[in-house]
Design a binder for this molecule. Structure first.
Ligand code: ZN
Length: 449
């Protein structure tokens, strides 16, 4: 209660004491003059002995003067040995408690250390001069660089390390050299590798997510990209769950790449489906066939529940009620998405197949199997239509614009570069037609378009 009362008294005094500032200036003036004229003989208690001054006021004024002297000392961004000596003497004469003096000294040193460090790291390199400069600042408060850095890092270090890391990956590329450099710098500053890795973990994850979205943008995983991920996994300390998620995404991308290159998965021969000798099965799944028939009374639509089997030369639909197979060579038009596709053969109505879930690999398998059965068709499909390829610089800007988050739900995982207006509908690969979407939102969107 007493301290609360005191606090109220002080605080209220601050508001209602119009002369306080004047008094401060006066007290600081007396002390400054005393130090100047009496030198070693000056002391605060002697100077104000018998005079009726508020003790708090005197203490505040003394600190203000000490700060003024330090500010002057640090003017050239360093505190020389001579200046330190003067500062010590002033602090003693002003009778500022030693603990408080240390605090103030550190506050100043920290401020200059931070700016020296920022300046030194501007080019990303900590050279010898810069190292010496940091050591000098640390010495001004009686510490080694490592000690000071550790203290500094307790308060600001993580942000600083993240800053260096982010600067290194700004171009969405982390070279071995940049990485080694980051570690060497941290080491010079006396920071353990574990600490560095822990500090930058969130940024490292974001970076990997960016590299992943980039890798996905062409739907393929190149050898170079494989190597990049292996290297990043070996260097960055990524949480197990995150690593697992990235591995899953890479696996999917690898599968898509293989399909794209014509290496289709092979599954065992499904029971109940009549497969010819030597026929290879690439996919076997539950599906619904929507049969469209032109009757004299008009078109009629029937849904049949069954399975779809894709072999190396046929699409086979099997069900209790209706079964049929379509030779790939007979197909004249086809299209599809993650949970449906439709085919049409010469002179027949369109057959549509629906699947109970979405899969990013199902339709590519169908498309590739179809293409392999008829090289002419493949050439025609691949060679026609506008490119979906989003240039690297566009991807880079789009990623920055969305801050590595999904435009719809702000998620930071499963990110994909998405054409706002699909390329097939005339959308371009330019900045204003590309956005970041997570796969969940992207799937929802494709339902609407
Ligand atoms: Zn989303």
């Amino acid at each position: 209660m007493a301290s609360l009362k005191q606090w109220v008294k002080k605080t209220v005094a601050k508001w209602v004491d119009p002369n306080k500032e004047e008094r401060m200036v006066y007290l600081v003036g007396i002390m400054h003059e005393g130090l100047r004229t009496q030198k070693e003989a000056f002391s605060v208690s002697r100077a104000f002995q018998g005079l009726n001054y508020d003790e708090d006021d005197v203490a505040i004024a003394a600190e203000r003067l000490y700060r003024a002297i330090l500010t002057r000392g640090w003017e050239d961004e360093r505190l020389t040995q001579q200046e330190r000596k003067v500062a010590r003497w002033v602090a003693r004469s002003l009778e500022i408690p030693p603990a408080r003096v240390s605090e103030i000294n550190l506050e100043f040193a920290q401020q200059f250390f931070a700016s020296a460090l920022a300046e030194a790291m501007e080019d990303g390199v900590l050279d010898e001069d810069e190292e010496a400069r940091l050591a000098e600042i640390a010495v001004s408060v009686g510490m080694s660089t490592a000690q000071f850095v550790n203290r500094f890092f307790l308060a600001n270090g993580e942000g600083f390390l993240r800053g260096i890391f982010l600067a290194a990956v700004e171009d969405n590329h982390l070279s071995e050299e940049e990485w080694n450099h980051l570690l060497t710098t941290a080491e010079k500053l006396g920071l353990a590798r574990d600490r560095v890795l822990a500090a930058i973990s969130p940024q490292a994850q974001q970076f990997v997510e960016h590299v992943l979205a980039d890798a996905k943008s062409d739907g393929r995983l190149s050898k170079q990209e494989e190597d990049t991920f292996a290297w990043l996994f070996s260097k960055l300390q990524l949480p197990a769950g995150f690593k697992q998620y990235v591995e899953g995404e890479l696996h999917l991308l690898r599968t898509l790449t293989a399909i794209d290159e014509g290496r289709l998965p092979q599954v065992g021969c499904p029971s109940g489906v009549a497969i010819r000798a030597g026929e290879i099965v690439h996919l076997h799944e539950h599906a619904t066939w929507r049969q469209l028939r032109m009757l004299t009374s008009g078109p009629r639509q029937d849904d049949h529940q069954g399975t779809i089997t894709l072999t190396d030369n046929r699409l086979i639909f099997s069900s209790q009620t209706k079964s049929h197979s379509v030779n790939y060579r007979k197909i004249v038009t086809y299209r599809g998405g993650q949970d449906w596709f439709e085919v049409q053969t010469e002179g027949k109505p369109v057959s549509t197949f629906f699947f109970p879930d979405k899969s990013p690999v199902r339709y590519p398998i169908f498309e590739t199997a179809l293409g392999r059965a008829n090289q002419m068709i493949v050439a025609k499909i691949r060679g026609s239509g506008p490119s979906r390829h989003i240039p690297r610089d566009v991807r880079q800007r789009v990623w920055q614009r969305y801050g590595g988050r999904c435009a719809e739900c702000q998620a930071t995982d499963y990110l994909e570069f998405d054409h706002i207006i699909p390329v097939a509908k005339g959308g371009s690969n330019s900045d204003n037609n590309v956005q970041m979407l997570c796969r969940r939102c992207n799937l929802k969107k494709s339902d609407l378009i």
